[in-house]
Design a protein around this ligand. Structure first.
Ligand SMILES: CC(C)(COP(=O)(O)OP(=O)(O)OC[C@H]1O[C@@H](n2cnc3c(N)ncnc32)[C@H](O)[C@@H]1OP(=O)(O)O)[C@@H](O)C(=O)NCCC(=O)NCCS
Length: 302
């Protein structure tokens, strides 16, 4: 694993990410996203804000694990010893996942992102499949398409929850490490690879609820706001029940459901029945994979 030099710009060095780079990368990513949001804002959009310290800590915690477990997938671009971009990626079984990717706003569009993605993609050699969740940035879409990813638009449903049409949901219980084997099998059916040790991380940082019946199995992780982080099920019926369960147990009157592809119309049906508004946002990028269903992916752990 050496250094990659870009042409152009010649003064950029792309080198492996180190643990002490991670907090710097977090700030770079947070600021880059705020600037991307700002560039897309309309007059009635709320002013974009940096993410909460809690979300920033979670990002650092997750990224440190990638640097430790998948050092060949994590790269930094430097100009004059200062970080101007990074890409983090990891492999599970024979699928490669891009977790995070950004170039500082004032350095974008000069080939730094291309060099970083090429470095991260060296970690995908031998992988049959690839998966990433793309932002709305047309530069990102261009890079992913050039790297052979098909782009599937993602929908978001958000707004105040109307639970008047919610069915009664029973048999959902808290999940444990004892459920992981069948959860890994659901992951393999949906995306060709188990989450494996990422389930440990998700269990530590999210709430896990499962439905494990002879009629169907499924799991859902929700974050501190009660929003879905990952949902997988053996049938649309079970996925539908789990999604209603998360809406019924949501701690806030409003919610957001992200990362819904066209292959997951069951989730659009539930979101609309719960009164949420539909919009589109970014893409699911796939190589060697059909859009997973019934499955709602995580933005970084996919
Ligand atoms: C996505 C990102 C990492 C790419 O890095 P970058 O250094 O800008 O990328 P590059 O300069 O190597 O490539 C950008 C491509 O988009 C093109 N491009 C530049 N400006 C563009 C614009 N305004 N609209 C469309 N395409 C544009 C460039 O010509 C280039 O394509 P080419 O190589 O075929 O000529 C960076 O732009 C970024 O951080 N964006 C904001 C955060 C983000 O969206 N991250 C991705 C999360 S999935």
């Amino acid at each position: 694993m050496g250094l990659h030099r870009t042409t152009p710009p010649m003064d950029v060095v792309v080198r492996p990410m180190r643990p002490d780079d991670v907090p710097v990368a977090e700030r770079l990513f947070a600021h880059t996203l705020v600037e991307l949001e700002g560039s897309l804002a309309t007059l009635d959009s709320p002013a974009p804000r940096l993410r909460s310290p809690q979300r920033a800590r979670l990002w650092v915690q997750r990224t440190l694990r990638f640097v430790e477990d998948d050092p060949a997938g994590c790269w930094v671009a430097e100009e004059n010893h200062s970080m101007t971009g990074f890409a983090t990626s990891f492999r599970r079984e024979s699928t490669w996942f891009l977790a995070s990717y950004a170039v500082a706003s004032d350095r974008q569009g000069r080939g730094i992102g291309k060099a970083l993605l090429e470095a991260a993609l060296t970690h995908s050699r031998g992988c049959l499949r690839g998966m990433l969740s793309a932002s709305v940035d047309p530069r990102a879409a261009r890079r992913y398409k050039a790297a052979g990813f098909d782009l599937h638009p993602q929908m978001t449903l958000s707004g105040p929850l109307d639970l008047s049409q919610a069915p009664e949901i029973s048999h959902v219980r808290g999940g444990t490490s004892g459920d992981q084997e069948w959860m890994d099998s659901l992951d393999r059916s949906a995306r060709g690879a188990a989450h494996g040790r990422d389930h440990e991380f998700l269990r530590e940082t999210h709430h896990l609820q499962v439905l494990d019946r002879s009629s169907g199995r499924g799991y859902v992780y929700t974050d501190e706001a009660g929003q879905v982080a990952v949902l997988a099920a053996s049938s649309r019926r079970t996925a539908t029940r789990l999604l209603w369960y998360t809406f019924l147990s949501c701690p806030t009157p409003e919610t957001t459901l992200s990362h819904v592809t066209a292959a997951n119309q069951w989730a659009v049906d539930v979101g609309m029945a719960a009164g949420l508004s539909l919009s589109t946002r970014g893409y699911l990028g796939l190589r060697g994979l059909k859009p997973p269903t019934p499955y709602l992916h995580h933005g970084a752990l996919l």
